[in-house]
Design a protein around this ligand. Sequence first.
Ligand code: SOE
Length: 384
Amino acid sequence: MIGYGFMGAAHSVGWRQAPAVFDLPLGVEMAVVVGRNADAVAQAAAHWGWTESATDWRSVIARDDIDIVDIVTPGDSHAEIAIAALDAGKHVLCEKPLANSVAEAEAMLAAATRASERGVKAMVGFTYRRVPAVTFLRDLIAQGVVGTVQQVRAAYRQDWLVDPQMPLAWRLQKEHAGSGALGDIGAHIIDMTQFVTGQQVEAVSGTVETIVKQRPLLGSGSGLAGVAAEGYGDVTVDDAAIFTGRLTGGALVSFEATRFATGRKNALTIEVSGDQGALAFDLEDLNSLQFYDRREPADRQGFTKILVTEAQHPYVGAWWPAGHMLGYEHGFVHQVVDFVGTLVDGTDPHPNFAEGLSVQRVLAAVEESAAQNSAWVPTGARAH
Ligand code: SOE
């Protein structure tokens, strides 16, 4: 695993728990974690159960005893590491968003396509697809439970930047993060919309805003837990992005990605409205779905709560008896289960790099639209 911040912790839980809870077709050895600071990465390795730590990712990728490279670094190094790993014949799991630009994502897809001829797999870490209720929501829509999808409302709201003293971490710097709320959390709701509807975002119209334009420089810590130092620097990414999208099947989508939703810590919601019913998911209540069925008699209609904790629901059977809840980290466990499964069953993992690139194209189209007074910008996706 290359990188060891917040996502490094989450992925480590995934690698550790997946073989302990699920019957995986292959054993997992958590071999090496790589980072630039030798002491800090050694501590991370000991804490999360990796056998070794190292500071040079190239020499680790070159090792014969490494089969999988898991990339949890900031976006500015995804392309370089993923392409090197795929060219070296290693399977790659790469954190979202796939890259910082469409050009990088295209180069990564080209490397993944080359590598796939040798049986090498590449997957993007949109873990929320693997929350059982989200996978089940996708299944219900595919079964026609809501009929024809006419509208989607998707929002991802956090508030960790409302404090103007929150320091200038890498997530607020374009050269490291590519974009702000748009790429970090907007990418999740774009992927989720495409995943649950089975359709692509074909055009967008949007606006982005940087609400606090300068912040204290980062002293110590990182990411969402940084501590300020003397002096200020410019925020070079968006704090909030609001955009409208059209799907290849004709539905209209409203998207909101913001780090300024005061009081909302990690609130991802999606509601899919169809001509026969509606389904809604809320990450703050992640063991359930809300379902409205227009086919019910009028005097019995209303949103009802489906508890997604039965053994027959996706992933749930391996865990606890009905009604015993799962949480944030389980998506990372299920991601490992699915990825490792594809290494032996010959299928392509999802989301693959082509799906990661499709999200990247939507992100770029939103930025282009925002730069052109919210004009509609096509993403290049077509109905198939
Ligand atoms: C920060 O906004 C963040 O850690 C995202 O980068 C993750 O993808 C999301 O799971 C939680 O919030």
